[in-house]
Design a protein. Sequence first.
Lengths: 330, 349
Amino acid sequence: MINADGDLKVENLKVHFGKKTGLFGGPGQVVHAVDGVSFDVPAGSTLGIVGESGSGKSTTALAIMRLVELTQGKVTLGETIISDLEGDALRSERRRFQMIFQDPYSSLNPRERAGDIVKEPLHLMKIGTKAERDDRVSELFTQVGLRPEQQALFPHQFSGGQRQRLGFAKALATTPGLIVCDEPVSALDVAIQAQILNLMSDLQDQMGLTYLFISHDLGVVQHVCDEIAVMYLGQIVEQADRLSLFSRPRHPYTKALLAAVPTVHGSFVNGKRRLREPGMRIKGDPPSPINPPAGCRFAGRCPKAEDQCHETAPAFRHIDTGHKVACHLV
Amino acid sequence: MMNALLEVRDLIVEFKTRDGIVRVLDQISFDVNAGEILGIVGESGCGKSMTALSLMGLVPTPPGNIAGGRIAMQDQNLLDLDQEQLRHIRGSEISMIFQEPMSSLNPVFTVGEQIAEALRLHEKISSKEAMDRAIDMLQAVDIPEPESRSKAYPHQLSGGMRQRVMIAIGLACRPKLLIADEPTTALDATVQAQIFDLLKNLQKDMDTAIILITHDMGAIAELADRVAVMYAGRIVEQGSVVNVLMEPKHPYTKGLIDCVPHLETNPSTERKRLTEIPGVVPALDKLNQGCAFAPRCAQALSHCNDIKPQLDSVDNAVNIELDHADKNQELVACHLYGTTGNESQGVAG
């Protein structure tokens, strides 16, 4: 099925929190949560954003959903400039882009029945007659692998995986083209995680959905995403299709991130524990996004940093077809 | 053969609930040898953390109750000790670090004071001496500028630093056994890797045995020497890490390894489907008579639902050089292996 909502385009997105002037007129503290992020997600494909906590990946998701105020930048879905919409126009366009949250326990109203939770977006958007809405909810329950008779249950009567299925049913109610998923499986047990990831790819095949997939788990991202952007301290440091990113990572941060993931199969060679390559470990924690370093933001932790890295910020540029990197040393 | 530092035999823990008595640990047996890392892995609710609490004597009683078994630390049964005696052992012989370092550190004392407190509880030393040793510990866990950091409060440190402080407290009295309950689950990947390196180095330097509790098979592969896989309050498979991870026997272990998307350096352009374990972990008060995993198991035989498989040794099919006694220590509780299933089938038939 073809997705009619078109591509997602994000240009120079910035989200800053806080004030430039402090309480008594002194300099205030501004958190540069997202600082100039641009990417495209073609309709029907999945872009993954990976990064550690504080990298700005969730804020990017919220900004695209218009759930935090944009400081600067432009977000376009198909022909519609989402970042310019206000009031009723924004509300009615919301049917085209929906969101899945990390915690299926806190993102569902505990006092509402499952069927009503899924029906609510149809209500708000005034879609269909009462009978049509009822049919649609039953259809959605089946689509996400729940039984229509479970509509009468309350959220606490579902398991974590089932609750995340409910989240998908709710998000799909208005037939959106774009679904922004913020860590959709990280609160779930590994066995349940696989069920939800398989559901996501089934839904994408059936409906041609576009996914923006936010995660800290590189294994999961590799599994679901066509293209991956690696964020560090509010900026994208590397972006490439799945094959090039994982087979030829270029940015030292991406390399360190990949080396940090313990894997079952990568840990042994011929029945013996494999020794780690020294020098793949990075030290310390990411610096504060309040006063990000002037040059490359990763320079302070980078094992290969040179003088220029601390002085000038590297440009985010193409180095290969479909492979972009922001690093002086590549 | 090595003498085990800790011997757990047939440990049974039950909880009283409104619907009757629920068995949360069912005949758990394992050994931890001096200086080795034993991994305990499983989904939430399988009893991993309850095992740790039992070893520490921290099972909330009531409603909990250790209904049977033995926990022997160097030939002393910990279950025979009273709270006063246990307090001497906790922290000095066995200590524990938890998942969320922020909620296990005291927010109103400096981290130096908290490490020193652990030392002064178990050793007769002056507060000055304790503080000096606390600073040494901070240095041992790779905290930069340990002297000034010892005066910091927990909220002034990052998550990774806090977990380092927890490790410093845990290891301050050089315990023989450290229990790490999901020590890196709340941390980022690069910080997790740092903590793993630290644990490995400290374990080597101090010859401390570690029980690593986690749901992450990758973490087990990276750190552990041996592993026990738990499901619904029982150990279903146990053995050396190489054997269990490379040649898993129990269908649940296989499922746990296969359902995780594995990071590959050369991913195929085509997207593969993940192997699912259907269904969810059963509630412990609604277990069947037989193997608790049978309802979710694709290979279940007709008697799996009725007869409980016992943890039994399997002939090792993997041809890997093993250390001395390890060959006989590959255990699995599954009717698809060993002889218990067939015998019981005869009895049931």
